[in-house]
Ligand binder design. Structure first.
Ligand code: DGJ
Length: 745
């Protein structure tokens, strides 16, 4: 991996054998983007990939010139990366090469979360400074290439380097031109309890986007966008992924221009953003990641999973096996006391569960969702011996103890609100919109973050707490910073999220042994920014196994299994009313960070046996499920849609586990082969089925098989019509593949 600067050709080439990025300083000094894609040989000039000598736009206004950081008003009529108004209010900018630096490693973007390296040899970074003569604006455009990863990390720092102040109106993390428009745009869209559904559309002339203006990345769109060729599938073909390391308002957009080129933009959502720079002040954008794959969407996911799991997540829990937990939310909601919690914990412990999580309702007088957010004082009516009392009783059972908090919120009916009504976000003179009877604290104010850090540090130090679920259950309305002058109100949303990051930073630094899980009514803020602080997230409030097939499939496009909380809950399911077999619920939840969200004391004896076996199975294969390579096989979003399959391969390749799911059963079923991927074709695997038993589908596949057979011919899931008639809907089977030395094993 290296970054090459060829002064004679005015060309930068970042390459690592997997991906190449070629930039060129055009004749007029602007920075061109000639190529980001498959690896190109180093030591060569690539001027031919860009426009003919480019001296500016005279006589060629509107031409599809590829720029690395495009600006408006000078002849490029596509969407810009940067819009800034100088002292005269004009927004045209001509950014010209000023100088550049190449350095080993990767600089931190602190206070923003970003990917990192553990040794300088892992990456190299190019920073090109561009300058606009009229406004004095300077932009450091940053590109990092990593050893062994087919991706580039980008960010920009924009500085009012002259004597005038500058107002930023758009400051994208990335803009990137692709030379054609033969792309299908892949996004992750949804709603509460229906997050990260895969949506695809062929790009068309004009702009198509995913976005949020709600103050959080949101369940509606994820800050992720992929472009794939129409023929690209999970395993083959070209594709790009664009992912933003950010948790606030964002825009991910593809614009097809008049000449059939595609410009992708990724960054902070511009309509809800502005930033005032006094002379000398600077603004740094969040980090954007671009992945290039010629091995389909699977290749994109492999690269993002590795990066996010190993070089975005950090801290003690990054590499540690995650505990199997039970959460009391769906079992009790707000109605519990210490004895009831301990009774449930004891019952779960007997089944092998390792961590008990006390959810909402332990503080203030919170018997429902109308009160007490902000009053982080234990409710002694429910927990007479405090958090410490209940935590110690649960620990005595041999379990860890975890706690739910929702730091960013305040109930109007709370001591905190009565003491500091002005800390709740709102516009003076305008009624505040309430959702779930709660308001949002202005995290952009340092005194709010200081207060929350003090109070929550006390809470977390008051008991042996080993896990925290940080929830966030509403979005921001009436956005306004009471302490910001009118010309800085556009900074409100970004300052808010910087405050959230600051609080996360303080709590995770003070309690490095605590495992943090982020949550926003489920996956309402499941993004790379959060992953930098909390290595796992509550993927969705929807615990229905069938809905989870879609949600986990979609989430896995960008996020590793180690980041996806997935629990078995009771039936009828609380979100859909659906009744699914207990084995199916586990077979889906296994592919993530596993747990339970039910009352274990309500299980029948047979169910208890089944759960104990489930827990033991997950514990035995934890490494495969949490750190394995996830391979998507049959999608719930295409084809038959009723049959779904995926697999995880252990990091050492010795074990693989395949999940096969049927949503609606069908009479006289078609033959069905599931062809696997990622195995060693030469190796022999002993195949066994789960649940164990004499199920014909399991029996048909049990025994030694070569990797070649499993990939070329597949598992055989044929069902004759009599057998099919017994299966019902929503069934699942797992197949465990263990590599063995010989055929006889
Ligand atoms: C929303 C979360 O997603 C749930 O799991 C639960 O923690 C509730 N909030 C508690 O209010």
């Amino acid at each position: 991996m290296t970054i090459e600067w060829r002064a004679d050709d005015r060309q930068f080439h970042l390459h690592n054998g997997l991906v190449s990025l070629v930039l060129r300083v055009y004749e007029d000094g602007s920075l061109g983007h000639l190529h980001l894609g498959g690896a190109l040989p180093p030591g060569r000039a690539y001027r031919q990939l860009g426009p003919d000598p480019f001296d500016g736009f005279s006589n060629r206004v509107g031409d599809p010139i590829p720029f690395a950081y495009p600006t408006p008003g000078i002849g490029d009529f596509r969407v810009p990366a940067l819009v800034a108004a100088g002292a005269d209010g004009a927004t045209a900018l001509s950014l010209r090469y000023h100088d550049h630096r190449i350095s080993a490693g990767k600089p931190s973007l602190d206070p923003l979360p970003s990917t990192y390296v553990e040794a300088d040899a892992e990456a190299e970074t190019l920073e090109v400074t561009l300058a606009d003569g009229q406004t004095g604006l300077q932009v450091d455009v940053r590109f990092t290439i990593f050893e062994g990863r087919p991706l580039i990390a980008r960010s920009a720092t924009i500085r009012a380097a002259g004597t005038q102040s500058v107002d930023l109106r758009t400051a994208m993390s990335l803009a990137m031109d692709l030379p054609d428009a033969d792309w299908v745009m892949v996004g992750l869209a949804g709603a509460w309890a229906r997050e990260t559904h895969v949506v695809e559309r062929a790009v068309v002339p004009g702009r198509q986007s995913a976005t949020s203006i709600r103050g959080a990345s949101g369940a509606q769109h994820n800050p992720f966008l992929a472009l794939r060729r129409p023929t690209t599938d999970e395993a083959r073909g070209e594709a790009y992924a664009f992912s933003l390391v950010y948790s606030g308002n964002f825009l991910a957009e593809a614009e097809v221009g008049a000449f059939g080129t595609t410009r992708v933009r990724l960054g902070i959502e511009p309509e809800t953003f502005s930033w005032h720079l006094d002379p000398g002040a600077a603004f740094t954008t969040p980090e954007a990641i671009v992945v290039y794959s010629d091995t389909g969407l699977g290749g994109l996911s492999d690269a993002l999973h590795g990066l996010f799991r190993d070089r975005l997540a950090r801290g003690t829990w990054r590499d540690r096996p995650r505990p199997i937990l039970i959460n009391n939310w769906e079992a009790t909601y707000f109605d519990f006391d210490a004895d009831r919690l301990v009774e449930m914990a004891a019952s779960a412990r007997a089944l092998g569960v390792e961590l008990f999580v006390l959810d909402d309702g332990w503080f203030g007088a919170r018997d429902g969702d109308t009160t007490s957010l902000g009053d982080w004082v234990v409710d002694r009516r429910k927990l007479p011996d405090g958090l410490e009392g209940v935590a110690r009783r649960i620990m005595a059972l041999g379990m860890g103890f975890g706690l739910w908090i929702e730091p960013e919120m305040v109930s109007p009916d709370s001591h905190l609100y009565r003491a500091h009504p002005d800390w709740a976000i709102g516009i003076p003179g305008r009624a505040r919109t309430e959702t779930r009877q709660q308001l949002v604290l202005d995290m952009g104010r340092p005194e709010v973050v200081d207060h929350l850090a003090d109070v929550l540090i006390d809470v977390l130090a008051s008991a042996p707490i080993s896990y925290v679920k940080w929830d966030m259950n509403r979005n921001i309305t009436e956005p306004y910073g009471l302490e910001l002058p009118p010309e800085r109100q556009g900074e409100f949303f970004h300052r808010y999220i910087l405050g959230v990051y600051e609080l996360y930073r303080r709590l995770t630094t003070r309690f490095p042994e605590i495992l943090f899980e982020s949550c926003a009514s489920g996956g309402g803020r499941l993004d790379p920014g959060m992953l930098a602080f909390a290595p796992q997230a509550w993927t969705s409030d929807d615990t229905d196994a069938i809905e989870r097939l879609r949600i986990q499939w979609g989430t896995s496009l960008a996020y590793p299994l180690s980041s996806m909380g997935a629990h078995v809950s009771a039936v009828p399911n609380h979100q859909t009313g659906r009744v699914t077999p207990l084995s199916t619920r586990a077979a889906v939840a296994y592919f993530g960070v596993f747990g339970y969200e039910l009352d274990p004391t309500a299980l029948t004896a047979a169910e208890r046996d089944e759960v104990a076996e489930q827990v033991a199975f997950y514990a035995r294969h934890r490494d495969v499920f949490q750190r394995g390579r996830f391979v998507r096989l049959e999608s719930p979003f295409s084809g038959d849609r009723d049959r779904v399959s995926w697999m995880a391969l252990a990091p050492d390749g010795a074990t693989a586990i395949v999940g096969v799911y049927r949503i609606l059963n069908r009479p006289t079923p078609e033959t069905h082969r599931v062809r696997l991927r990622g195995l060693d074709p030469e190796a022999v695997y002993r195949v066994s089925g789960w649940p164990a038993g004499d199920d014909p589908m399991v029996v048909a596949n049990t025994g030694p098989r070569t990797g070649a057979e499993l990939m070329a011919a597949g598992l055989r899931l044929d069902r004759d019509r009599h057998y099919a008639a017994t299966l019902g809907d929503f069934w699942a089977r797992l197949f465990v593949l263990e590599r063995v030395e010989t055929d006889e094993a």
